[in-house]
Design a protein around this ligand. Sequence first.
Ligand SMILES: O=C(O)c1ccccc1NCC(=O)[C@H](O)[C@H](O)COP(=O)(O)O
Length: 223
Amino acid sequence: MPVRLQYPLAEPRPTAIKFCGLSRPADVAAALDAGGRYLGFVFFPRSPRAITPTVAAALIADVPPGIARVGLFVDPNDATLDLALAEAGLDIIQLHGSESPARVAEVRARTGLPVMKAVGLAVADDLAQLRLYGTVADLLLVDAKPAPGAVLPGGNGIAFDWRLLGGQRLARPWFLAGGLNPANVAEAVRLTGAPAVDVSSGIERAPGDKDPALIAAFAEALV
Ligand SMILES: O=C(O)c1ccccc1NCC(=O)[C@H](O)[C@H](O)COP(=O)(O)O
């Protein structure tokens, strides 16, 4: 039985926005000012956007109801999840590693939270993974595949060929991600029909350094 989502993808903007990799109070304020409905916090130590559960708790403290607080993990073990959930109030778990469908199901059952599974696309054959994870995840995040040898499995500012999604009907609510920025996001939504988008690198001055002006410009590009 899927967990009921409390955060509709289409309200109040035509395209919902998840601002990911927020690490400072000013980032959260800018994301909320821009109308972001989903705020992403990275719990992956190797990331330049990584924060601890304690820092996340402070960032999240004043987030108003109705805004989804998303914790991003890469192949987390149970202890990592337990610690983050105990300290920081999270609404959605984003799994951005090589978690199997069985592990996605286990995390859902164990935490009682909706799980968003990131799936990388590079070629049409990768669409099978989207169908597979659509049977177990509550939400899908359709991202670019990282380049071979990349340090990070996501947040690399790389786009995939959006035409791969043309005509696809995904089994779950989904976010388009990967290399989106204020200049290309409107076209990406037009080509894919994405109901929601996710951005990190495209709203930064440098890895981990979010720019409030780019955050505002990203949201304005979707109005
Ligand atoms: O942001 C990170 O550093 C990160 C580290 C490990 C796994 C995923 C990570 N980020 C994922 C995202 O921020 C987004 O969900 C998505 O990949 C889009 O990122 P970007 O291409 O930078 O907009």
